[in-house]
Design a protein around this ligand. Sequence first.
Ligand code: NAP
Length: 162
Amino acid sequence: MKGILVAVSPEGVIGKDNSIPWHYPEDLKRFKKLTLGKTVIMGRNTWESIPEKQRPLPDRRNIVITRTNVKDVECFNSIEKAVETCKGDIWYIGGAGIYKEALESTNPKVKADIIDMTLVPDNISGEGCVEFPKIGDEWDAGPVEELGMDGNLKHQTYTHRV
Ligand SMILES: NC(=O)c1ccc[n+]([C@@H]2O[C@H](COP(=O)([O-])OP(=O)(O)OC[C@H]3O[C@@H](n4cnc5c(N)ncnc54)[C@H](OP(=O)(O)O)[C@@H]3O)[C@@H](O)[C@H]2O)c1
């Protein structure tokens, strides 16, 4: 399984000023539950957006995609090279460039099979916003469901049509 794990605002925003402009413990718990013991692949900005004390994310294989080199974490200069080394489940955890490649790649070793999307209610706009890429027609949208006890969050899964 290779999945995209993301939380988006109604406008499709995933981040602003290199951080996530909302805080939902329920969603963080879900993120942890899904990713523990798996490989998480992220872009350099997403790595830098995680507070130093909390990274690398514990009990997961952390991989950063960068054309440079980032200390204290395993780095690759392409997703392709990273996935060649991976065994088991992979979660692409952002940001926009990583999601775009995982959504659109023609390489079956890279392309995601599912999108696990949390829908947050916060309206976010303005400078510094990063948006989730367009989801192509080859993805089937599942039903929108309530997520957990927060009451505010919804959840939707997309699967890739083969
Ligand atoms: N809502 C969510 O679920 C969620 C999840 C994750 C992140 N976020 C937010 O998203 C924002 C960060 O996303 P972003 O799009 O700005 O940055 P990003 O994708 O995390 O990082 C971009 C950097 O990653 C490297 N990179 C990305 N794709 C690459 C590729 N195909 N090949 C080689 N290197 C590649 C490059 O690093 P170099 O410049 O070093 O070469 C690039 O500058 C933050 O606001 C963060 O909080 C939100």
